[in-house]
Design a binder for this molecule. Sequence first.
Ligand SMILES: [Zn+2]
Ligand SMILES: [Zn+2]
Length: 153
Amino acid sequence: MEINALRTTERRRKARMAGIEGKCNCGAVTLEISGEPKAAFFCHCEDCQKAHSAAVVPIVMFAADDVKVNGDVLTWQLHVTPRVTCATCGTRLFMEPPGMGVRGVSANVLPPGTFSPMFHIQCAASMMPVKDTLPHFKAFPAAFGGSDDVVDW
Ligand SMILES: [Zn+2]
Ligand SMILES: [Zn+2]
């Protein structure tokens, strides 16, 4: 996709994301977010489907160092990606793909109105096609190491 379109979306998103706090459903764990997001998207991959018991998962990606965790958490993994949840209520807080230095925070733990999705990823594995005006990448956009190939929905 056009990198300029990505940048425009990014500017809009950044304007609303500075210094926000994430919170699990019971409030025992908070995430202090100090940096700007690298991307915001919906993930349709099978890992997310199984880990979240959901068809699609909204994610905001930050540098790992920009997401500070306060409170007791559990870390577990389905296949290769460690996933961090609240030890008390089980809310899925974020995932941390190995070796990438990023944390993909579940958008539903962030303040309402702060999620501005840029695209959909891993659409080839989708169990529920979502028809909207965003790009629907088969795997990943080129700007994030993928091929830019899209699905036909
Ligand atoms: Zn909790
Ligand atoms: Zn996923």
